[in-house]
Design a protein around this ligand. Structure first.
Ligand code: HEC
Length: 149
């Protein structure tokens, strides 16, 4: 009988110990690097949204305007003849419109590439030109008008 009482007391003590122990959720800790990554991901998403909005608001294709912008902005790195590579940038005639749109908006290739398209370079040297978003279809049309093959 004494055993039963003894065990019962222990049981009650054990249970109350479990109940009284506060359950602490581990405080979320973020390293600076994680915060930086998060920030840059947010920036990427913002740019992505801007790019999509820009595609919606494009101006009518104007090859002459495309030519003016191409010669003013792009041949610093790309060749005047987009069939061949330039001082810094590769040839442009094989890049579909959506790739050019993304390159001009963000400086980078889209994460999901159009089928069959292979980036000419793996580098990330190109600067972005978000202010030219609406004009990319015109630039693209000008570049395609010079395509040889
Ligand atoms: C600062 C130099 C520089 C300028 C200016 C520049 N680009 Fe680029 N571009 C590059 C480089 C370098 C690449 C190769 C990938 C990389 O490193 O970003 C590239 C790649 C591209 C590609 C992908 C080509 C492919 O088939 O892989 C397109 C499209 C493009 N540029 C369009 C443009 C347009 C349009 C302009 C003008 C509005 C422009 N670029 C201005 C340097 C530049």
């Amino acid at each position: 009988m004494i055993h039963v009482i003894w065990l019962g007391t222990l049981g009650v003590l054990y249970l109350s110990f479990i109940i009284m122990t506060p359950v602490k959720a581990p405080a979320p800790r973020k390293s600076l690097a994680q915060v930086e990554v998060q920030k840059s991901v947010t920036e990427d998403v913002k740019e992505e949204v801007k790019a999509v909005q820009a595609v919606v608001e494009v101006e009518p294709v104007d090859i002459e305007k495309g030519k003016t912008i191409y010669l003013a902005q792009c041949i610093k790195c790309h060749n005047k003849d987009p069939n061949i590579k330039g001082a810094i940038g590769p040839e442009l005639v094989d890049a579909p419109l959506e790739v050019m749109q993304h390159k001009v908006m963000t400086g980078r290739y889209p994460d999901v590439l159009p089928e069959g398209f292979v980036p000419k370079r793996k580098t990330k040297q190109m600067t972005k030109f978000p202010q030219l978003a609406k004009d990319v279809p015109s630039i693209h049309a000008y570049v395609q008008s010079l395509k040889k093959k």
